[in-house]
Structures are given as structure tokens and as C-alpha cells.
Design a protein around this ligand. Structure first.
Ligand code: NAD
Length: 337
């Protein structure tokens, strides 16, 4: 198993990256450099519990800036890239931001790693690159069939990363995680949006018939899966990271309402988004063979997550009060009532 002394975590102020940065410090004793542009989704509050740790440092920077990135990554023996535009709905309105960060930004990060001779790189990707799966579960060799500008930009980033391995032998692995949930997720995606809407007495906008199916993975399990790939994954290899918890969006919606003791009258069916994939499902046996397994039972994880949003209003109220959030919500949902 590879051990690392100093790791650059790009996008480490976001949801999954901040959990991963904490894991590296607290459970591996690594030095961690978080490199993050602090977009609307980047949040220094996510790093509060480690910001005073001598092993932690933060660099405010964009993947698009190879000089700043190279300075931050110098002396790191590994880079894990979480930095991305991540919200499918926003990719429908502004696809260019996704191409800029998720494709060109990934290319810049890989180029910096190559120039510095960084020993190990993990590119964090998504199960959405396989597109909608009618039956069965995608293995890593499944054809890529992304439907949204988000998933297309992530699939492109994966291919660029694999080309750096194929052409220059870069020691890069790719993880493709499923829908992730847990504390500290910006309140625009399904579980944090619906939890915080319910807590503020607002209705829960369910797309279409609510029967879209996703495989849900707790953020700690996702972070541990990426750590397993960092330490044990093969160069040029791809690893699915799935929770094995397939649920419809409607089941999630009802689960959130039940956890808060609220009635289903808060459900509001709205027009579906274009290109909405019906089902994602991945087979994670390749990663399981390295010793990883998801540990958080879904019903417990969901109830615990909803309680976290109930008990940490100061974390999300500030985000929901910002004009960035209110303008996005009203413009996006105004057309789908
Ligand atoms: P997030 O939106 O919460 O955080 C993204 C972070 O990247 C933010 O801190 C943001 O400031 C930073 N960032 C964005 N553009 C940047 C740039 N140009 N330069 C530097 N930093 C930049 O995202 P997340 O949900 O934590 O997802 C992290 C990664 O995991 C992404 O690559 C995403 O595609 C992947 N992923 C997410 C999920 C999920 O369900 N959330 C599932 C599978 C894979």
C-alpha cells in the first residue's frame, strides 16, 4: 500500500473534498494542501475543524492558473482532484463553465502533475458518465454515454486523464462515485435542497413523476473509497464507487419528510429537466476486491443527514440567504411550476 506525506486536494473546500481532506489528516496523518477557487459551492466553513491543524494549509486558486497550481503542488507526492462544476441543472443553463473547469481545468492539473513528476494522481469522477442504465449495473468497461453537459464534461476529463497515462505513463487512477449525500453539501442538490426547503416550510420540487432511480452513497464511504484507490489503485485504472442503495427520488423525498415528521402535502411535482437520466447503477466489485465496502446503512445515513441539516441551520441559512442562491432557485424553478 502506498503511503503519502503531503497531498494536494483540489476542490477540497467543497462537499466531498472537505470530508476527504479531513480523513487524510485525521486518519492518515498526512499534510494536506487544499487548492480551491471558492466558487459558490466552495465553503471555508467545511474546513473549520482542521484549519488550525499545523498539517493543513489552504491556497485560494483556480485550476485554470497553472503557475499558482504548480506552486501549491510542489513538494506534494500526490494530487486528488475534486475540483469541478458539479450541478447538472446549472450545466443546462451555463455549459461553458463545465467545459472550462471539468475538461480544461482537469487537463491543466494533469499537465502540472506531469511537469512536477507527481508520484500519484486520482481524478474524481462520477457514475453519470455511463448515462442512463435500463437494466443491470455498469462495470468500468461499460461504454460512456453521458447525457448532460455536466456528465459529458466529466467523461471528457476521464478520457484526458487516461490519455496522460497512455501517452506519458502518468500514475493516475479514476474514481466514478454514485450520488453522494451527507453533511456539508451545498443546498441545491436533492437531499440538502429538500431537507432545507422542508425546514423552512417551502415545498419540495419533485421533477416529473419522481421515479428516477439513483444509487446513494454516504460521503464518508465515498471518501474512504477514494482513499483506497489513492493508496492501492493501479495506474490507468478506473474504479466505480457505489453505495448499493438504489432508491427513487420519490422514496428519498418521502424519507426526508418522514425524518422531519412532516406530511406529503409539501411535495410539489414540477416539470422534469431536459435529458434527465432515468436510472444510474454501477458495479463496484473491482474496488471491493481492494478491501473497500460501504459501511453506512442508507436509512440510518439519511436520517442522520436530515438531522444534521436540522441542527446546523447556521451552516446553510447563510448560503440560502445569498443572492447567488435565491437568484438561481427562482430563475430555474420559475419555469417549471
Ligand atoms: P462541490 O460542488 O461541493 O465542490 C466543488 C469544489 O470545487 C468547490 O469547493 C469549488 O470551489 C471547487 N472548484 C470549482 N471550480 C474550481 C476551479 N476552477 N478551480 C479550483 N477549484 C474549483 O462538489 P462535490 O459534490 O464535492 O463533488 C466533488 C467531485 O466529486 C466532483 O468532481 C464531482 O464531479 C464528483 N462527484 C460528486 C458526486 C456527488 O453526488 N456530489 C458524485 C460522484 C462524483
Amino acid at each position: 500500500m502506498n503511503e503519502f506525506k503531503r497531498v494536494l486536494v483540489a476542490g477540497g473546500a467543497g462537499f466531498i473534498g472537505s470530508h476527504f481532506a479531513r480523513l487524510l489528516i485525521e486518519e492518515r496523518g498526512c499534510e494536506v494542501v487544499v487548492y480551491d477557487k471558492l466558487t459558490y459551492a466552495g465553503n471555508p466553513d467545511n474546513l473549520r475543524s482542521i484549519e488550525g491543524d499545523s498539517r493543513f494549509s489552504f491556497v485560494h486558486g483556480d485550476l485554470a492558473d497553472p503557475v499558482a497550481l504548480s506552486q501549491a503542488a510542489a513538494g506534494c507526492d500526490a494530487i486528488v482532484n475534486f475540483a469541478a462544476e458539479t450541478h447538472v441543472d446549472r450545466s443546462i443553463v451555463d455549459p461553458e463553465a463545465f467545459i472550462t473547469t471539468d475538461v480544461i481545468g482537469t487537463f491543466r492539473l494533469l499537465s502540472v502533475a506531469r511537469e512536477l513528476g507527481t508520484t500519484r494522481i486520482v481524478q474524481v469522477s462520477t457514475d453519470e458518465v455511463y448515462g442512463s442504465i435500463a437494466n443491470g449495473a455498469a462495470t468500468e468497461g461499460w461504454p460512456l454515454a453521458p447525457s448532460s453537459p455536466y456528465s459529458a464534461s466529466k467523461a471528457s476529463g476521464d478520457l484526458v486523464a487516461l490519455s496522460f497515462h497512455g501517452t506519458w505513463g502518468l500514475n493516475v487512477s479514476i474514481t466514478r462515485g454514485s450520488n453522494t449525500y451527507g453533511p456539508n453539501q451545498y443546498p441545491e442538490k436533492l437531499i440538502p435542497l429538500f431537507s432545507t426547503n422542508a425546514l423552512t416550510g417551502e415545498r419540495l420540487p419533485v421533477y416529473g413523476d419522481g421515479m428516477q432511480r439513483r444509487d446513494w452513497l454516504h460521503v464518508r464511504d465515498h471518501a474512504l473509497g477514494i482513499l483506497c484507490v489513492l493508496e492501492q489503485g493501479g495506474a490507468g485504472e478506473v474504479y466505480n464507487v457505489g453505495g448499493g442503495n438504489e432508491r427513487t427520488n420519490m422514496e428519498i423525498t418521502k424519507g426526508i419528510l418522514a425524518a422531519l415528521g412532516l406530511g406529503e402535502d409539501l411535495i410539489n411535482y414540477v416539470e422534469d429537466r431536459p435529458g434527465h437520466d432515468r436510472r444510474y447503477a454501477i458495479d463496484s466489485s473491482k474496488l471491493s476486491a481492494l478491501g473497500w465496502a460501504p459501511a453506512v446503512p442508507f436509512d440510518e445515513g439519511l436520517a442522520q443527514t436530515v438531522r444534521w441539516y436540522r441542527d446546523n441551520r447556521q451552516w446553510w441559512e447563510r448560503l440560502r440567504d445569498r443572492s447567488e442562491f435565491t437568484a438561481w432557485q427562482s430563475s430555474w424553478y420559475a419555469n417549471r411550476r
